[in-house]
Design a protein around this ligand. Structure first.
Ligand SMILES: Nc1nc2c(ncn2[C@@H]2O[C@H](COP(=O)(O)OP(=O)(O)OP(=O)(O)O)[C@@H](O)[C@H]2O)c(=O)[nH]1
Ligand SMILES: C=C(OP(=O)(O)O)C(=O)O
Length: 219
């Protein structure tokens, strides 16, 4: 099983998360979410290769030495095109390709392995917490990925013949689009890269006077 993970330009990515941290740390937070996701994925049973498709040269630099592969794309027309490009790069005869979202900082390798095992070689997807989006898509062995990510992608993937897996696997379903999502992920247990951006460490830094004054409770 080989997984492709898409990430756009770090300054433009995760716009709904803007303001969760001081503006100069936004790209670092996006990168931290990615690093926790892909390093967890690479240690999951059943996962062989993890390939990040990015738009930003800071990403391959940050992934150096992790074992996660990376290609910088230029000008592909959007998320699904980037995913298909990566999946075709990974595809081998009879091998399985999948797509994993880049914003799963609480991901536990056992949860990803559990979803892959539950799919048992069938085309499958895992929904996000609200149930409308997709955090993981697995193709049928040997077949193209045929991604349908975007608004309402859970239903769109179901319509392509994918069955839902991992309904009870919280860390796989917890994508982080908003500051509230970050708090939920923190409750599940953030990976080491995202941990410093959680509310707990930030609260401690605020109390110690080491955080941007716009985040202080008192003026
Ligand atoms: N390589 C690549 N990645 C993309 C592209 N478009 C979106 N992505 C990534 O695909 C994932 C889902 O993208 P979106 O839902 O559009 O955006 P987002 O960055 O998660 O967040 P918002 O800006 O808050 O919507 C994110 O990891 C994006 O960074 C693209 O054209 N190329
Ligand atoms: C693109 C998707 O997710 P998000 O907007 O949460 O990144 C999706 O779930 O298909």
């Amino acid at each position: 099983m080989d997984l492709v993970v898409p990430i756009k330009n770090l300054d433009r990515a995760k716009s709904r998360l803007r303001g969760a941290v001081p503006v100069e740390q936004h790209a670092d937070l996006v990168l931290a979410l990615l690093l926790d996701t892909v390093t967890a994925a690479l240690t999951s049973a059943g996962v062989r290769r993890v390939l990040v498709i990015c738009e930003d040269k800071r990403v391959p630099d940050a992934l150096a030495g992790t074992g996660v592969e990376c290609l910088v794309e230029r000008g592909l027309p959007g998320l699904n095109a980037a995913l298909s490009f990566g999946a075709e790069h990974l595809r081998t005869p009879g091998g399985t390709v999948g797509a994993l979202q880049a914003d799963l900082p609480a991901l536990r390798p056992a949860d990803l392995a559990g979803a892959i095992a539950e799919a048992d070689g069938r085309r499958a997807f895992s929904a996000d917490r609200p149930g409308t989006g997709t955090t993981l898509l697995l193709a049928h062995p040997g077949e193209a990925l045929t991604p349908r990510f975007g608004p309402g992608s859970a239903q769109a993937h179901e319509a392509t013949g994918a069955r839902q897996v991992g309904a009870g696997l919280a860390s796989l379903r917890c994508d982080v689009d908003t500051e509230d999502d970050l708090a939920v992920a923190e409750g599940l247990g953030l990976g080491k890269f995202t941990l410093p951006f959680g509310l707990g460490p930030r609260r401690a830094a605020i109390d110690a006077g080491q955080w941007g004054c716009e985040h202080r409770d008192e003026p």
